[in-house]
Design a protein around this ligand. Structure first.
Ligand code: PLP
Length: 423
């Protein structure tokens, strides 16, 4: 084992890249990460909602190794099984009429491709995204990202003709309403963009995370998503569901769109797709994809044979082991326990989530966001062997996103540690 990895990492890896911990990994397996200094951690970050089957899942690693003996790279010169087999599986599990795919490497790349597809196929330029949304860091995707102004700082000017409407974050309503007074003012705002800023016939697409990830683990009201779908259909605007974080069982369904009966025109996927092997995908209907002619988009590494084999094995394991059911069961167990904690601790303002995408919002006495309070909780958890990371514009939301394979006893142990840190 090489020595001083942390020190060398700090010297050699660009400081722009923020690491959530100083843990240097010796070995990772399932929920557990073992550090070079001999400590063992329960990883409730799943490597940023990606290791949905836990670290190094044997079936996935075996499939990748077997593929490595046959073909590692194609570069769009040759056809190969694993990519096609993955597309067949995705056609079966993605929501709505999605039946054709373009594979790339990262979430941001999928988002870039999705907005290119929307612009090309509609012949329109405008894009509408939502404040709180995170869609990646490349310049096009960054233009859509509005989960925090700091991500966009010093990169202006960004892509023109992109407009943002408030995401329905009901706990801190951007329109100053509450459950009793709400008449989906945020949707009215969205409509006003189409009246005052850009005509609907100039808008190519709207892009939304069906549950906000980086922006604070927020699920929108069902009614908002219904209205959004209806508006897009009425105006011929393509609706893109960014399922990069919410996909592959994270919310207890294959895709979070299903919670809202949402049939998106385009879906972006990455993170959990291949259990940590780099891969992403844009999915759409063959009707829309057929409007994107050969050469309109391309890639060298996208749909890598090894990553594709890993993705097939990932999907098969989720199905074979009923992991969506487990995510719902374990998520329900966690939320019930966290709501109990909320009753006993004024530090917890809100507990929310779907499946194993759970947010716990920390607040000060006056209800304002409590970033410092959460930092203390995260540090205490880490010292007891539990890795938790934060999200939200004010970094005051703990996100609990363990692997879908988590067992009851592991969930209970992690929540014991979390409770001890909070109360
Ligand atoms: C919803 C969403 N879209 C896009 C991205 C960007 O993905 P990547 O970091 O793989 O480029 C992320 C990453 O967190 C995400 O959560």
């Amino acid at each position: 084992m090489a020595k001083d990895t942390l020190k060398r990492s700090k010297r050699l890896i660009a400081p722009a890249l923020v690491f959530h911990t100083d843990i240097v990994v010796k070995k990772a397996e399932g929920l557990y990460v073992e550090s070079t200094d001999g400590k063992r951690y329960m990883d409730f970050s799943s490597g940023l909602a990606t290791a949905n089957l836990g670290h190094c899942p044997p079936e996935v690693c075996e499939a990748a190794k077997a593929q490595m003996d046959r073909l590692v790279h194609s570069g769009c010169v040759f056809h190969y099984d694993s990519e096609v087999e993955l597309a067949e599986r995705l056609a079966r599990i993605t929501p709505g009429n999605i039946d054709m795919f373009f594979f790339s490497n990262s979430g941001a790349e999928a988002v870039e491709g999705a907005i290119k597809l929307a612009r090309f196929s509609t012949g329109r330029q405008g894009i509408i995204a939502f404040t709180g949304g995170f869609h990646g860091r490349t310049l096009g995707a960054l233009t859509l990202t509005a989960s925090a102004a700091r991500y966009r700082m010093r990169y202006h000017p960004l892509l023109p003709s992109v407009f943002h409407s408030p995401y329905p974050y009901c706990y801190r309503c951007p329109m100053g309403q509450n459950v009793k007074t709400c008449s989906t003012e945020c949707f009215n705002y969205l409509e006003s963009i189409l009246r005052y800023q850009i005509t609907p016939e100039e808008v190519a697409c709207m892009i939304i995370e069906p549950v906000l990830g980086e922006g604070g683990y927020v699920a929108p009201p069902f009614g908002f998503m219904k209205k959004l779908r209806a508006l897009c259909s009425k105006e011929g605007i393509l609706l893109i569901a960014d399922e990069v974080q919410t996909g592959f069982g994270r919310t207890g369904r294959w895709f979070a769109s299903e919670h809202f009966d949402l049939r998106p025109d385009i879906v972006t996927m990455a993170k959990g797709i291949a259990s940590g092997f780099p891969l992403s995908a844009i999915g759409s209907s063959s009707k829309i994809m057929s409007k994107w002619p050969p050469g309109a988009h391309g890639t060298t590494f996208g749909g890598n044979p090894v990553s594709s084999a890993a993705a097939c094995a990932t999907i098969d394991k989720i199905e074979r082991d009923n992991l969506l059911e487990n995510a719902n069961k374990m998520g329900g167990r966690a939320i019930a326990r966290l709501r109990e904690m909320q009753k006993r601790s004024p530090k917890i303002g809100d507990v929310r989530g779907l499946g194993l995408m759970i947010g716990v919002e920390f607040v000060k006495k006056d209800g304002g966001p409590d970033k410092e309070g959460l930092i203390k909780v995260i540090k205490k958890c880490l010292s007891k062997g539990l890795v938790i990371i934060e999200c939200g514009v004010d970094k005051n939301v703990a996100r609990l996103m363990p692997p879908l394979t988590i067992k009851e006893s592991e969930m209970d142990k992690a929540l014991d540690i979390f409770e001890e840190a909070v109360i």
